[in-house]
Design a protein around this ligand. Sequence first.
Ligand SMILES: [Zn+2]
Ligand SMILES: [Zn+2]
Length: 386
Amino acid sequence: MENPPRPSAPLPLLLAPSPPTSPALRSLAQGRALERRVVSWSDLFPLGDLDAKISSAIKRIRDEFPEASKTCIGISSKKKQCRLKLSGKSVQTMSHSIQEILKPQVFLRDEVLEIWVQHLREAAFCCYHKNQCLSKAAGWIKAIKTARSLLESSPPPPDTADATNKTTPDQLDTVSSTLRETAKHWKVTGYDTSPLRILSSESWNVKDWSSEKYQDRILVVLENLEGEEGGGYVYVYEIKGNEGYVKVGYTEKTAQERMDEWSETCNRQITGIYPRPVDLERRIQSPALIEILCHADLRTCRVRVDCEACLHPHSEWFQTSPQQAVGIVEKWSRWIDETAGQPGWRDEMKAIVLESADVEHCLESLLQIKICDDWGWNKSKLAHRS
Ligand SMILES: [Zn+2]
Ligand SMILES: [Zn+2]
C-alpha cells in the first residue's frame, strides 16, 4: 500500500483513499498503516520519547502479561497457582520473550508476535500444565489486539517535509522478515556465560557488626546446632565466564546435588572446587557454622549479584581466587574439628561473639582459642583476647 496523501485534519488512522474490501486485506492494510504510524512516530521523536498512545498501549500489554516467573504459571486442579520450579533456561526464555513482545515492531506484527508468544508459552508451564498453554496464549494475543486498538485513534504524526525519508512498504517487508527469522531461530542454548551482574560490593567491606548482621547470624546458627544432626557440606564453586569469583555455601544434601541444582536454576556451568573429589561424599559437622565464619572472614571481597535465570539476588559470591576461598574453608573446618569436641565450647564461642567489638576481633579471638595448649576456658583469657 502506498502512503496515502496526508489530510489536513486528523483522520482515523486506517482510512486509505481506497480501502480494501476483503476483511483479510483490510486487516493487513490496517496493520501496515499502524506500523507506519509507529515507525513515523519513533523516527520523529528522540529515543524513548514515543507517543503517549504507544506508551499506554505498551502498558496495557505489559499488564496483561505475566512477569517472568521462576515457577510454572499454570493453575492446579485445586485452582491454585502451580509452584513447580522452572529451569533457568525457561525463565530466561520467558524474560526475553516478554521483552520482545513489548516492542511495537513486534506487537504490531501478528506473525512475529505469534512466534514470541509461542516461545513464551512453551517456557512458562511445567510438564503437568503444558495443556493450559494454548488457551493462555490465545488470551494474551486477544489482549494485545485490544491494546492495539487504542493506537488506532491516535492522531497522525506531524507531516515531515522530506517525503523521501518515509519508510517504504519494501523496507517494512524487509524489517518484518528479519524480525520473523530472528524470532523463529531464537533459543537459549547452552549455559549462560555472561558476566555476573554485580549489584553491590562496597557495603560488605565494613568490619563492624552491622555488616550483614554476622553477630546475629553466628548466634542463631549456634543456637540451632542441636537440630543439625546429619551434618552436611560446605562447597565452593566457580562458573564459566566468571573466573575470579567464587561461591561459598553449605548444604545438608550432598555438595554435588546442591551444585547440580544451582547449575539448573541459574543456568550456569559450574566447576566444583571444594570439597575435593575424594571428599565429595564425606559429610562434616556444623557446616552452617563453618559457612558463616567463612563468609565473615571473606567479607571484604563479598559481592551481591543479580541472577536473571532464577530471578533472585545471590549474596554468597566473593571476588577472590579459588585458592584463597578454599584456604579459608579449610581453616574454619579445622577450627571446628578442633574446637567443637571440647566441653562448653558453644557457650564460650557465644561469649566471644558477644564481647567482641567487631567481626575482625571476633574472628581473631576465635582463632586464638584453637592454639590454646590447655583447654581451660576462663574469663581472664577472654578478657585478654578482646
Ligand atoms: Zn505447573
Ligand atoms: Zn541464580
